[in-house]
Design a protein around this ligand. Structure first.
Ligand SMILES: *[C@@H]1O[C@H](CO)[C@@H](O)[C@H](O)[C@H]1NC(C)=O
Ligand SMILES: *[C@@H]1O[C@H](CO)[C@@H](O)[C@H](O)[C@H]1NC(C)=O
Ligand SMILES: [Ca+2]
Ligand SMILES: [Ca+2]
Length: 299
């Protein structure tokens, strides 16, 4: 899988002053995504990352930048993100100050350039953030398209992001989207959900070991208010190297849906052992007894 929808330009340099490592990054294009340093691994301590996003040529001051934080988990109060208008870190240009768990938040600049300043202190690391940006004409409102297109961002470095149609806004009614993730030989697919909320139990994310056609469906899918984006993350691990997902919604009632990071991990990985966060266990799924419903669309 390859990223198809964004253009990135990385013109970085790294410097070390005292103990704090500073890094500058520059991104250009009408849409794209960027993660905190080391994402999706935990970010480093004593680090300062300045990322400048410019929409690029053709995007005049008639355009603004819309930001959707698909993932946002920082150590509360000690690690921070500041968003500034323009190529600036002047307090007068500050749009927002973020910390803690803020997955699903949305911000907008006043013009075609903005700066994201990320600072960490000397202890306490978390998963960090991944933000998606989009050019929007001034005066027009923006919400992510509610279709099955472009619901996956693959960084081609062993991880990616996957989210429900319309995220961070609500998913549409009567939709069925599918994804197939393929890890290498002797690997499995690990999904880390940073948000999950669907209608219980009419809108369901189902898991298949293998490709969708001719695959073993896991007996249970996910539905309901499962992962609170301000307090939790949850895990799902594939059985083999290929893992397929199908999200279906019925005709009424919709919610924010989900956002997850996928990673390719060693086949010997287990969820219970090595991960120091809330595990996605069968007993947790069992809290939702109505969960097993066949997808509405035949596969
Ligand atoms: C941002 O401003 C700094 C200082 O003026 C400059 O050195 C840098 O090249 C600018 N970066 C971009 C991407 O315009
Ligand atoms: C953020 O989420 C993590 C779990 O993913 C949790 O351990 C932590 O307490 C949360 N932080 C806040 C400030 O709620
Ligand atoms: Ca910290
Ligand atoms: Ca529904």
């Amino acid at each position: 899988m390859r990223a198809s929808f964004f253009v990135l330009l990385f013109l970085g340099f790294i410097s070390i002053e005292g103990k704090v490592t500073s890094q500058m990054r520059s991104f250009s294009g009408p849409r794209g995504g960027l993660g905190s340093p080391s994402f999706p691994d935990q970010y480093p301590n004593e680090f300062q990352d300045t990322a400048i996003i410019q929409l690029g040529s053709g995007y005049t001051t008639d355009y603004i930048i819309h930001l959707d934080f698909l993932v946002f988990q920082l150590e509360n109060l000690y690690d921070t993100v500041d968003i500034f208008d323009g190529n600036s870190t002047d307090p007068a240009d500050n749009i927002a100050k973020l910390t803690g768990n803020m997955t699903g938040r949305t911000y907008q600049s006043d013009g075609p350039v903005l700066t994201i300043l990320f600072k960490t202190d000397l202890t306490g690391q978390r998963d960090g953030f991944y933000v998606r940006w989009t050019a929007v004409k001034k005066g027009e409102s923006y919400s992510a398209p509610k279709t099955c297109d472009n619901l996956i961002i693959s960084e081609n470095t062993g991880y990616g992001l996957i989210y429900s149609p319309g995220y961070v806004g609500n998913y549409p009614d009567s939709i069925s989207c599918s994804w197939t993730l393929e890890a290498g030989v002797a690997q499995k697919v690990l999904l880390i959900f940073y948000a999950y909320e669907t209608e219980d139990c009419y809108d369901v994310l189902s898991f298949y070991d293998g490709s969708i056609i001719n695959a073993n469906k896991r007996s249970k899918g996910m539905c309901g208010d499962i992962v609170n984006p301000t307090t939790e993350a949850a895990f799902v691990l594939s059985t083999g190297s290929k893992f397929s997902l199908v999200f279906t919604s019925d005709m009424t009632k919709n919610y924010a849906g989900f956002t997850a990071v996928f990673r390719y991990v060693s086949a010997s990985e287990t969820i219970n052992g090595d991960f120091n966060r809330m595990d996605w266990t069968p007993s947790k799924i069992d809290r939702h007894p109505k969960m097993i419903k066949p997808p509405k669309t035949p596969l």
